[in-house]
Design a protein around this ligand. Sequence first.
Ligand code: HEC
Length: 318
Amino acid sequence: MLNSEVMELTVPAGGASLVSRKMNVMGITTKFNLILIGVLGLGFAVFSAMTHRALYDNAYREVVAQAGLMMDSSMALRSYTEREIRPLLKPQLTVAFPPQIVPAYAATQSFMQLRKNNPEYSYKEASTNPTNPRDRALDWEADIIRMFRNKPDLEEFSGMRDTPGGQALYLARPIRVTDEGCLACHGLPSAAPATMIERYGNDNGFGWEMGKVVGAQIVSVPADVPIAKAQSISQLLMVMLAAICGVIILLANVLLRVFVTRPIQRMSQTANEVSQGNMEVPEFETNGKDELSVLAKSFNRMRRSLDKAMAMLDSERS
Ligand code: HEC
């Protein structure tokens, strides 16, 4: 019984077992790296998708807020015109129609001043049947007006558009006829001030009805800069995260090598030597308390037992 065990142990290990030992050690590092890269890669993908989304949403909200502010300032100008300018100019209506009396005109004109320094911003009171032809809705604006007509509950709508100057965000609100007073000028041409007909003719901007959506206020603001900013922050975060992942992988590999693969390699080398009958190889030095140190101690003990067994066997033989 003892003989056969010793026989097996003393059979010199061939080259094949050496190769397989090396391959196994390679295997641990490769497997570990594959799992680590897989986990970090997944985390990286989820994190990058989430931050990209959050940064983009944030940029979008910022631009919408800016557009909302411009819309509100136009609304303020409209109501100022209605409350303070209209009463002053009303007597003029019989002489010559003053367009300054019209809130839509006041808002559009004041925005044109703003556009002189900020050409990428725009404001329009678009209508499919406008009094002033410059307010005629373009195709995409007409689509928005149609949408407001089909969805009476929709009070605001925003979206992105490609323009020659880059990406722009538009914010739109419906214009409804909610006041009978509007129909004095937008109902039947016969009811409109004669001076207004003189100026604008009687073909356009009439036939509007109470409660109907007749147009939309549409503010356009440039979105290229905030979106590019969000993109560059997102890219910077990705680069930093990739660098952190790289450092983690490097550090994990160094630690794996120092604490696991190198001690195992040394141990298996010794085991290999011993299995080939070389009893001169030194014992492992084990100071640590981790699992591998315990294994090394056990191995050292086992080797000593083996030494004794071999010595006994030798003395029995001689
Ligand atoms: C005193 C006549 C008058 C009254 C009252 C009036 N409007 Fe107008 N409205 C005009 C004129 C004139 C224009 C064209 C101004 C211009 O040259 O840009 C206009 C333009 C508009 C426009 C821009 C599209 C277009 O037709 O060119 C809208 C929208 C509009 N009015 C809505 C209203 C609403 C809503 C009311 C009621 C709250 C109203 N208007 C009351 C005369 C009037």
